[in-house]
Design a protein around this ligand. Structure first.
Ligand SMILES: Nc1ncnc2c1ncn2[C@@H]1O[C@H](COP(=O)(O)OP(=O)(O)O)[C@@H](O)[C@H]1O
Ligand SMILES: [Mg+2]
Length: 447
């Protein structure tokens, strides 16, 4: 193979475009040895060959042709993006500099003038072919890289899509499982609550039933004795006093049951059953303290109420009253330590915006310096039926009701801090305007 063979591994093809057979023959004879030569005897034919399936690697183009001149041929070739890189060398008569410049601006690679020296023609052709080979080599590498990159990009896109689908599926599954969990927890909580209510009511109702059936037996006995003429005054008096004791027991049991029912009703207290309006908090707290003055004085408990100014809430006064009622009641029931002066303090702080920065909230702290709450049970005091005074009238529903009301209709939150022997603090955060709708239910604290 000759020195002119290309790096791409084929013999270069040169297209000679000229309408004079003499010129064609001359150039062919110079090129034939090293190159494959194609010939076009006019512009139209040349363009056909160039645009055909096997384009040449270089074009020797005569400028002066009769039908279509070399410039026009050049312009049309350069207009085809697939062929525009093929080097074109113009061939013309001697010393026509204007032609040379014009040709170069059209994109011609070079210029040779007639009469030509074969050595120079070959040298120029060789140079331009080498350049063209390099350009094509580079182009093909760039193309290959682009294809590779496109593959890679596609691969990444597929991967991301696949992962996104996987994540979406996982998320869906997680939500389904969580939904089920919440559902089953709510059911468990409801079961727990119902069992607690039944258990609480069972004692007074059981006592009542038992007493009533005893009274029934006694009455039958009395009836029999009367029919047999055996009833005397003493026997009758005995019966009367037994009946009084039994009635008293029934009375107490039924009252206890009624009290329990009224407490249970408070558990389910909702917005619809309460009246919402504007009210002053300071005024409401003072009313509450006044209402309990007798209870506090009887136990020598000191009360203190600190506030900066009156606050007006657009909320549910009955709910807040119930909350204060339960919290204050707990202070005289649970906090007192024998032979120690008990102090109960209420501190109302000025309103501030909450964490979200959206709502104005007030902070109310109710503290006592009493017995305090054991750290082991501190997290359970808001649970339903949790009490440390079982059998002493404690229902364990007081703080549960408080929690429901505060986080429900009142739209706030409550927390407790305590130290055994140093007292307890209940901290309430309440929005100045209660939420319009509440989704919190009686299950939230039941566990
Ligand atoms: N101020 C307080 N000081 C000490 N212990 C308290 C106080 N308030 C509540 N507790 C504890 O929290 C428990 C739950 O209170 P609560 O729900 O009102 O039920 P109950 O009063 O019927 O026991 C009480 O049994 C008591 O152990
Ligand atoms: Mg209580």
């Amino acid at each position: 193979m000759s020195t002119a063979s290309s790096d791409l591994g084929h013999r270069h093809t040169i297209l000679i475009v000229d309408d004079l057979p003499y010129n064609i023959d001359l150039l062919s004879s110079i090129l034939n040895v090293d190159y494959k030569v194609k010939i076009a005897i006019n512009g139209e034919r040349a363009i056909k060959i160039v645009n055909g399936e096997h384009p040449p690697d270089l074009i020797l183009l005569d400028i002066m042709m009769s039908i279509m001149d070399g410039y026009e041929v050049c312009r049309q070739i350069k207009a085809n993006p697939e062929r525009k890189l093929i080097p074109i060398i113009f061939v013309t008569a001697m010393e026509q500099h204007d032609d040379e410049e014009h040709g170069l601006t059209l994109g011609a690679a070079d210029y040779i003038t007639k009469p030509f020296s074969p050595v120079i023609v070959l040298a120029r052709i060789k140079t331009h072919l080498a350049l063209y080979d390099q350009t094509r080599e580079l182009e093909s590498r760039v193309k290959q890289r682009t294809v590779e990159l496109e593959h890679y990009r596609q691969h990444l896109e597929d991967l991301v899509n696949e992962r996104t689908v996987q994540l979406a599926n996982r998320n869906e599954e997680l939500q389904r499982v969580m939904g089920k969990l919440v559902q089953s927890e709510k059911l468990a909580a409801l079961g727990h609550l119902v069992a607690g209510v039944a258990h609480e009511l069972n004692t007074p109702l059981g006592n009542t039933l038992m007493t009533v059936s005893t009274m029934d037996d006694q009455l039958r006995q009395l009836d029999k004795e009367l029919a047999a003429g055996k009833l005397n005054r003493k026997r009758f008096d005995d019966y009367l006093s037994q009946s009084r004791v039994a009635l008293d027991l029934i009375h107490r049991s039924v009252r206890r049951a009624a009290e329990l029912v009224s407490t249970f009703k408070k558990i389910a207290a909702d917005q619809k059953s309460m009246k919402r309006h504007q009210f002053g908090v300071v005024d409401l707290i003072e009313q509450c303290l006044l209402q309990f003055r007798g209870e506090f004085e009887a136990r020598s408990i000191q009360t203190l109420f600190e506030f900066e100014s009156e606050f007006y809430l657009d909320s549910y006064p009955a709910a807040l009253e119930q909350v204060l009622h339960n919290l204050l009641e707990n202070t005289w029931v649970h906090a007192p330590i024998a032979n120690q002066l008990l102090q109960v303090k209420l501190h109302l702080h000025s309103a501030s915006t909450d964490n979200s920065g959206e709502h104005q909230v007030m902070r109310l702290v109710l503290s006592d310096n009493g017995r305090g709450i054991d750290p082991e049970i501190l997290s359970r005091v808001f649970d339903p039926f949790f009490t440390t005074s079982l059998g002493q009238g404690g229902s364990g529903l007081g703080l549960y009701v408080v929690h429901n009301l505060v986080s429900g209709v009142l739209g706030g939150s409550i927390s407790v801090e305590s130290q055994v022997g140093a007292g307890s603090q209940f901290i309430l955060l309440l929005p100045l305007s209660a939420p319009q709708t509440v989704t919190i239910s009686v299950f939230d604290r039941a566990s």
